[in-house]
Design a protein around this ligand. Structure first.
Ligand SMILES: CCCCCCCCCC/C=C\CCC/C=C/C(=O)SCCNC(=O)CCNC(=O)[C@H](O)C(C)(C)COP(=O)(O)OP(=O)(O)OC[C@H]1O[C@@H](n2cnc3c(N)ncnc32)[C@H](O)[C@@H]1OP(=O)(O)O
Ligand SMILES: Cc1cc2nc3c(=O)[nH]c(=O)nc-3n(C[C@H](O)[C@H](O)[C@H](O)COP(=O)(O)OP(=O)(O)OC[C@H]3O[C@@H](n4cnc5c(N)ncnc54)[C@H](O)[C@@H]3O)c2cc1C
Length: 672
C-alpha cells in the first residue's frame, strides 16, 4: 500500500560502521569476558540460533499485535519451548546450556512463573515422595502451576495473608477458603488462564489453632476440560502497564478440599491425628524468594538495561542534531558530553551489577550446600544481601532504562524503538519478588543488629561495619580508594542510624515507633551497604579477570566511572558523612567527565559486545546496521491502523464536517 523509500547507502549505516572501525579494543574478546569465556559465547550463540531459526517461534513484531494475540502467541511458543525444544536439545535445567536460555527466549513468553517459582518450590518444600509425584508432571507441563502468595489485600506483609487451610481430620483433607474479598489471590503470573494448579500460600489451621503460612498444592482447573473446579473462581486481572503476554490472575477459593498429602511437607507436617510436626526453621519458608532474588536480576533487569543501552548508544551514534563547531557539519548526539553523561554511566551499571550478581550467586550456592548438611547459619547474611541487591539492581536498572529512553528524544517514545516495552518490562521488578522499600528495611534490620556486635562475631563481609574507619591514601579516583570511600560511608550510615535507634528506644519510645521514625535513614544505610558490596565485587572482578590490556583498561574505566557517577549524583550524602571533602567531590566530577571522553570512542563497541541479535530487541533504533529511519518507516507501515488507505470508522465520524469544509473551500456554501 505504501511506496518504498530507500537510500542507496544510508548515511546512518556509514556512521555506525565508522564507529566500529574507531573502537580501540577487540569486541569479540569483551563478549567472551561478558559470557564467562569463549566457549560460553559459542554455546550461547548456538542456543540463540537454535531458537531464532525455529519457524514455530516466529511472529509479527509485538507492537503490531493486540494483547489477545500476544498472550496466545506467547503461550503457543512457551508450550513448544518447554515441551519440545528444550528437552529435544538437551537443555535440561541445571545444564550449562540452560544457563543461556533466557537470552534465547522469544521477546515475549509465559509459563515462566511455572518454571521459576512453582517447580523450584516443589523441590524446596516437598518431601522426597512429593517431589517424585509432582515434579515430572510439572516438568512435562502435564500440570501447570502458579505461585499464589499475594492477595488483593496483602503482598508485602506475609503474616497478614488471610487465605486459610483448615485441617479436617474426618476426611483427612485441608479445606481452603478465602474468607473475604481482600483474601483473594491476586497477581500470580500464569494463573489467570493457563494454570490448572497453584502453589497456594495459606494460613494453616488445626483445631482452631493458627500455625502461619504454609505451601499447599491446589488443583484449580479440570485436567480434561480446563474448566475451573467447584469452589474455584479464577481469571485474568486485566490490562497492566506491561507484561501483556502474561495472564496475571485472581483466584477466589470457597471450601476447596485438597488431600492432606498436598501440604508440601519437607519442613513441617500435619499427621493424620492433627499433630503438627515442625522439622526445620520457619525461615526456610522464605527460601524460594531468596532463590529468585539471587538468580533473576541478571535476566530480568541487567540484560534489560544492557538492551536499552545498546539501542540508545547505537542510535545516538547515528542521530545527528546540531553543531559543535560553528560552521562545521552536524554531529552525532553521542558527541555531546551531556549525552555521554546520560548513557555511558548506564553501561557501567550493567557491568557492575552483572559481576556483583555473579558473586552473590556463588555465595548462595555455598549457602545451599551448607543447608543440605543442615547448616543455615548464613541465612540471615544471604537474605540481607540478596534483598538489598534485588532492590538496588531493579532500581538502578529501571532508572537507567528510562534515561536511555529519554535520551532517544521523540523516537524513544515510539513502541518501534523497543524502549517503552523494556521500560514496562523492568518497572515491576521494583515491586514483585519483594517491594524494594520493604526489602531495604529487611537488610537494615540485619545491619542494625550487626552494628551492636563485635567484629569477631560477624561474617567477614560485614565486620567492616564495626571496625575503625580506614584512611584513603592518594587520589579518590583510585579503585582501592573507591572501595574505602563506600565502605566508610556504609559503616558510618549504619552506625549513625543504630545510634539514633538506641537513643530513641533508651528514651522509652516503643520499638515499632523508633523503627518508623528511623526508616528514611535505615533505607539509606541499606542502599549504601549494597553499593559498597557492588563496587567491591566489581573491583575484585576487574583486578582478577584474565584478559588483554585494552579490555582491562575499559573495565577499569567503567568500574571507576560507576563509583564516581554514584558519588557525583549523591555527593551530599558523602559530604554529610564527612567521608569526602568538597575538593574530593570536584575531583570526582572532573574525573568522571574525562572518563566519559575516554570511553566515548568505544561506546558502540562496548554495546556490540553484549551481542544481542536484532530480533531479540525488536528495535528500529537499536538494530546493528544503524538504518534507523528506514526501519522506523517500515514499522509504521505495519501499524494495524494503516491497513487501508482510508480508515472507514474515523472517516465516518468526520465526514459531515469534511464535506462542509469542501463546500466552503469550493465556494458552494458560505462560511456562516
Ligand atoms: C531485579 C529483579 C529480580 C527479581 C527476581 C524476580 C524474578 C521474576 C522473574 C520473572 C518475571 C516476572 C514474574 C514475577 C514473579 C513474581 C513473583 C512474586 O512477586 S511472588 C511474591 C513475592 N512476595 C514477596 O517477596 C513478599 C515480600 N515480603 C516478605 O518477604 C516478608 O513478608 C517480609 C520479610 C518483608 C516480612 O515478613 P514477616 O513480617 O513475616 O517477617 P519478619 O519481618 O518478622 O521477619 C521474620 C524473620 O525472618 C527473616 N526473613 C524474612 N525474609 C526472609 C528470607 N527471605 N530469608 C530468610 N530470612 C528471612 C527476617 O529477617 C526476620 O529475621 P529476624 O532474625 O527476626 O530479624
Ligand atoms: C508484574 C507482577 C507480577 C507478580 N507476580 C506475582 C506472582 O507470581 N505471585 C505472587 O504471589 N505475587 C506476584 N506479584 C505481587 C507482588 O509480589 C506484590 O505486588 C509485591 O510483593 C508488593 O506487595 P503489595 O502489592 O502488597 O504492595 P504494598 O506492600 O501494599 O506496597 C505499597 C506501598 O507501601 C509501602 N510499604 C509496605 N510495607 C511497608 C513497610 N513495612 N514500611 C514502609 N513502607 C511499606 C511500599 O513501599 C509501597 O510504597 C506480582 C506483582 C507484579 C506487579
Amino acid at each position: 500500500m505504501f511506496s518504498t523509500v530507500k537510500d542507496d547507502m544510508s548515511i546512518e549505516s556509514t556512521l555506525i560502521s565508522k564507529e566500529r572501525k574507531n573502537a580501540k579494543f577487540p569486541v569479540e574478546e569483551l563478549t567472551n569476558v561478558w559470557d564467562g569465556g569463549k566457549e560460553e559465547t559459542e554455546l550461547r550463540r548456538k542456543i540463540v540460533k537454535l531458537f531464532e531459526d525455529d519457524p514455530v517461534l516466529k511472529s509479527p513484531p509485538i507492537c503490531t499485535m493486540t494483547r489477545e494475540e500476544r498472550f496466545t502467541k506467547a503461550t503457543r511458543k512457551s508450550a513448544y519451548i518447554y515441551r519440545n525444544l528444550i528437552p529435544n536439545n538437551g537443555l535440561h535445567p541445571g545444564s550449562r546450556e540452560f544457563e543461556h536460555f533466557s537470552r534465547a527466549m522469544p521477546i515475549e513468553n509465559n509459563l515462566l512463573v511455572h518454571m521459576i517459582a512453582f517447580i523450584p518450590c516443589i523441590k524446596s518444600f516437598g518431601s522426597q515422595e512429593q517431589v517424585a509425584k509432582w515434579l515430572p508432571l510439572a516438568l512435562n507441563l502435564n500440570i501447570i502451576g502458579a505461585y499464589a502468595q499475594t492477595e488483593l489485600g496483602h503482598g508485602s506483609f506475609l503474616r497478614g495473608i488471610e487465605t486459610e487451610a483448615t485441617f479436617d481430620k474426618k476426611t483427612q483433607e485441608f479445606v481452603i477458603n478465602c474468607p473475604k474479598v481482600s483474601s483473594m489471590k491476586w497477581w500470580p503470573g500464569d494463573m489467570g488462564l493457563n494454570a490448572n494448579h497453584a502453589l497456594v500460600m495459606a494460613n494453616l489451621i488445626i483445631d482452631g489453632k493458627e500455625y502461619g503460612m504454609h505451601a499447599f498444592i491446589v488443583q484449580i482447573r479440570d485436567l480434561s476440560t480446563h474448566m475451573p473446579l467447584p469452589g474455584v473462581t479464577v481469571g485474568d486481572i486485566g490490562s497492566k502497564m506491561g507484561f501483556e503476554a502474561i495472564d496475571n490472575g485472581f483466584l477466589y477459593m470457597k471450601n476447596v478440599r485438597i488431600p492432606r498429602e498436598n501440604l508440601l511437607n519437607k519442613n513441617s507436617e500435619v499427621k493424620p491425628d492433627g499433630t503438627y510436626v515442625k522439622k526445620a526453621s520457619d525461615r526456610l519458608m522464605y527460601g524460594s524468594m531468596v532463590n529468585l532474588r539471587v538468580n533473576l536480576p541478571k535476566s530480568q533487569a541487567i540484560d534489560v538495561l544492557a538492551k536499552a543501552c545498546t539501542i540508545a548508544i547505537r542510535y545516538s551514534a547515528v542521530r545527528r542534531q546540531g553543531l559543535l563547531n560553528p560552521g562545521g557539519a552536524e554531529v552525532a548526539v553521542l558527541d555531546y558530553t551531556l549525552q555521554q553523561h546520560k548513557l555511558i554511566p548506564q553501561l557501567a551499571t550493567v557491568y557492575a551489577t552483572k559481576f556483583a550478581g555473579e558473586g552473590i550467586i556463588k555465595k548462595h550456592q555455598a549457602f545451599l550446600q551448607n543447608m543440605a548438611k543442615g547448616n543455615i547459619s548464613d541465612l540471615a547474611e544471604i537474605h540481607a544481601l540478596s534483598a538489598s541487591f534485588k532492590a538496588s539492581v531493579s532500581e538502578q536498572c529501571t532508572e537507567g532504562v528510562e534515561v536511555c529512553r529519554r535520551a532517544c528524544g521523540g523516537h524513544g517514545y515510539s513502541q518501534a524503538s523497543g524502549l517503552p516495552f523494556l521500560l514496562c518490562k523492568i518497572t515491576p521488578s521494583c515491586t514483585y519478588e519483594g517491594e524494594n522499600t520493604v526489602l531495604y528495611l529487611q537488610t537494615a534490620r540485619y545491619l542494625v543488629k550487626c552494628a551492636s556486635k563485635q567484629a569477631a562475631d560477624l561474617p567477614e563481609s560485614i565486620a567492616f561495619l564495626v571496625q575503625p574507619i580506614q584512611d584513603m591514601k592518594g587520589s579518590i579516583t583510585s579503585l582501592d580508594n573507591l572501595i574505602i570511600c563506600f565502605k566508610n560511608s556504609a559503616a558510618l550510615c549504619v552506625q549513625g542510624v543504630s545510634k539514633k535507634v538506641n537513643e530513641m528506644s533508651n528514651k522509652g519510645l516503643a520499638m515499632h515507633e523508633v523503627w518508623n521514625k528511623s526508616s528514611v535513614q535505615l533505607v539509606k544505610s541499606a542502599k549504601m551497604y549494597v553499593m559498597q558490596y557492588i563496587i567491591g565485587a566489581f573491583v575484585s572482578f576487574v583486578t582478577e579477570v584474565k584478559c588483554s590490556e585494552p579490555i582491562k583498561e575499559i573495565l577499569q574505566d567503567l568500574c571507576c566511572l560507576y563509583g564516581l557517577h554514584y558519588i557525583n549524583t549523591h555527593s551530599g550524602e558523602f559530604l554529610k558523612l564527612g567521608v569526602l571533602s568538597a575538593h574530593h567531590c570536584t575531583l570526582a566530577e572532573e574525573t568522571e567527565i574525562q572518563l566519559l571522553e575516554k570511553l566515548r570512542p568505544n561506546a558502540v563497541g562496548i554495546v556490540d559486545a553484549f551481542d544481542f541479535t536484532d530480533s531479540s530487541m525488536e528495535s528500529c533504533l537499536g538494530a546493528y546496521d544503524g538504518n534507523v529511519y528506514e526501519r522506523l518507516f517500515d514499522m509504521a507501515k505495519l501499524s494495524p491502523l494503516n491497513k487501508e488507505k482510508v480508515h472507514q470508522e474515523s472517516y465516518r465520524h468526520l465526514r459531515p464536517f469534511l464535506l462542509e469544509g469542501r463546500d466552503i473551500l469550493e465556494g458552494v456554501k458560505s462560511k456562516n
